[in-house]
Design a binder for this molecule. Structure first.
Ligand SMILES: [Zn+2]
Ligand SMILES: [Zn+2]
Length: 259
């Protein structure tokens, strides 16, 4: 199994996960928070087009995650997985012919990939994040949450690789020119994960099978790659785990997930 972030941050998120287990290629797009032309361009850089995808999973209704999902579903005739809450937040029936409802803790299949969604605390209607496994290795995606819960930690125990939100440094948020309501939203219990909160999650996972972390959804205004990386380095200590950063513009290269 391998994955590639096509871009990660408040301007748009999308990640392709690909499994070639059992001699069959399966590809899931997790979020499509770009316009359709941008998505086409970013997929082309990954050597793919929308016809190569088997399904889309939308984590929640915020624009940087849902982007062009309607156009994509119509064009590629793809199953679109999302929660009932996300569906109702869309306020449209356009998506219904392709809609598949995802629920907390209920595994779903996309070809050779098994996906398990789980609930996270975020200011959306019914946000879900997820793990994917091909039966050999497990990849976790965790962005857009205000704080770590026992439920979240429990769902990530088996991950070999984790795409993890390192959204902000609270000092930079406090010093920013953002209006008070926005500062409160970002740092609140239903906002986004600070570097130190991502680090505390890693401390609880570092004695398990985790071998790779990809820092994601970094704020361009309220974080720096150096601060995010240092927080994760400090949390991992001597644990045998590599750290990569996902870029807002270019995402990551293809990253293999191995047990
Ligand atoms: Zn987001
Ligand atoms: Zn969000």
């Amino acid at each position: 199994m391998r994955f590639k972030s096509l871009g990660s941050g408040s301007t748009g998120n999308a990640t392709v996960v690909e499994s070639t287990a059992h001699g069959h290629t399966s590809r899931l797009l997790i979020d499509c928070g770009f316009g359709i032309r941008q998505l086409d361009q970013r997929l082309a850089l990954a050597g793919l087009c929308t016809a190569d995808l088997d399904a889309v999973f939308i984590t929640h209704e915020h624009a940087d995650h849902i982007g062009c999902v309607r156009q994509l579903a119509v064009r590629a005739q793809l199953p679109v997985w999302m929660s009932q809450g996300t569906r109702s937040a869309l306020n449209t029936t356009d998506i219904d012919p392709w809609l598949c409802l995802a629920r907390d803790g209920e595994p779903l299949g996309v070809g050779g990939l098994q996906v398990t969604p789980f609930t996270v605390p975020h200011d959306a209607r019914e946000p879900l994040q997820l793990t994917c496994t091909d039966g050999l290795a497990t990849f976790g995606v965790l962005t857009d949450l205000g704080h770590i819960t026992a439920h979240v930690t429990q769902h990530l125990q088996a991950c070999h690789t984790l795409l993890l939100e390192c959204n902000h440094d609270p000092v930079l948020v406090a010093q920013s020119a953002y209006p008070p309501f926005l500062k409160q939203r970002i740092t609140g219990r239903l906002g986004h994960l600070a570097n130190e909160e991502a680090a505390s999650l890693l401390k609880s996972l570092r004695s398990g099978p985790l071998r790779q972390v990809v820092a994601a959804h970094l704020s361009l205004q309220n974080n720096t790659p150096e601060l995010a990386r240092q927080a994760l380095v400090d949390a991992l200590g001597s644990a045998p785990c590599t750290i990569t950063l996902a870029d807002a513009a270019s995402g990551t290269g293809w990253i293999t997930v191995s047990p």
